[in-house]
Design a binder for this molecule. Structure first.
Ligand SMILES: Cc1cc2nc3c(=O)[nH]c(=O)nc-3n(C[C@H](O)[C@H](O)[C@H](O)COP(=O)(O)OP(=O)(O)OC[C@H]3O[C@@H](n4cnc5c(N)ncnc54)[C@H](O)[C@@H]3O)c2cc1C
Length: 281
């Protein structure tokens, strides 16, 4: 973990683009409250295959205009170079300086036609088109990407993104700190020298978390899963336990030298704010 300690600890919050006017209003309030915590940036997800392109753009521009730094996610699978170029230009025109570059997943039913196969190709393209304009974030997987051939190949594929010009990484969420520490140490051994900021998923709903974790290859340790299952409809107890677990994880991460935290807010203030307050950040 030594190399991570050279980087300042930064904090960021992730949103998804709301689909309704009510969602837009709600997110505005959430953003205003979380902005008081002075994050380095707010990031906004991008639906696979470009399905939220306009929503991501609108959300990002509103954040930027409110005086906070915004980082749009951009996934490349199924896209042409021309369409990505247009999106990059529109972000540059609106003063956006940071981007989260991803491969993404094809929505079922959509053909995989496109000019990019992997995120490293997108990073390379962004650098070739826009030079050093953007600070490029990429995704990292301490518990490995679900489609990875094996752990070592996944690590080398992560390194390809760094070699292509990524400045820093945000991780998939995890609840086992050893996975993060081992991943970061393997990165150090492989000569990767960028901040790898852990992604934090607050625990508020067991069924959704279990379903999503299965899909994205994040493990909920048995001792946590069993307790969450047992709470059933007792949402208050589930959240209190979830808050304890995630706060302790964040505390330990910062102690061992993680270069900050990236919160998956799910467009809600409370779960993230409660962890923040419990950490006394
Ligand atoms: C912080 C974060 C934010 C995210 N935001 C979004 C979002 O906004 N929208 C969205 O749709 N999804 C998002 N995702 C999910 C992400 O799109 C999926 O996990 C996707 O399956 C992989 O994207 P990637 O950029 O990590 O892909 P890649 O880095 O391209 O890796 C994908 C897989 O291909 C392998 N691989 C990579 N490069 C090569 C290569 N050159 N040759 C052979 N194999 C290779 C890797 O080992 C891995 O198994 C996010 C994930 C994270 C961690």
């Amino acid at each position: 973990m030594e190399s991570q300690k050279q980087f300042p600890q930064t904090f960021s919050f992730e949103f998804f683009p709301p689909k309704t006017e009510e969602g837009v209003q709600k997110l505005r309030g959430v953003r205003e409250e979380l902005a008081r915590l002075k994050p380095l940036f707010f990031s906004v997800t991008f639906g696979a295959g470009g399905s939220t392109q306009q929503g991501t753009f609108n959300t990002v521009v509103e954040i930027q205009q409110s005086g906070n730094a915004a980082a749009p996610h951009l996934s490349c699978i199924g896209s042409t170079k021309d369409s990505i170029r247009k999106i990059l230009n529109s972000y540059q025109d609106n003063g956006i300086k940071r981007i989260v570059a991803l491969r993404g997943d094809m929505p079922s039913g959509m053909q995989e036609a496109g000019e990019f196969r992997y995120a490293n190709e997108l990073v390379e393209f962004i650098r070739a088109e826009t030079g050093d304009h953007f600070h490029i974030e990429v995704a990292a997987y301490p518990e490995f990407h679900p489609q990875a051939k094996d752990a070592q190949t996944d690590l080398l594929n992560f390194k390809r993104k760094v070699d292509a010009g990524a400045n820093s990484a945000l991780t998939q969420y995890f609840y086992n700190i050893d996975a993060y520490i081992h991943f970061v140490e393997d990165c150090e051994d492989a000569g990767v020298n960028i901040p790898i900021v852990p992604g934090i998923m607050p625990i508020t709903n067991y069924k959704n978390l279990a379903r999503f974790s299965d899909m994205c290859g994040a493990e909920i340790p048995r001792w946590i899963r069993k307790r969450l299952e047992a709470y059933g409809d007792d949402v208050a107890s589930l959240r209190a336990f979830g808050l304890d677990v995630t706060t302790e994880l964040c505390h330990q991460l910062l102690e061992v030298g993680a270069p900050g935290l990236h919160f998956y807010t799910m467009n809600q203030t409370e779960p993230t704010l409660q962890i923040w307050q419990a950490l006394a950040l």
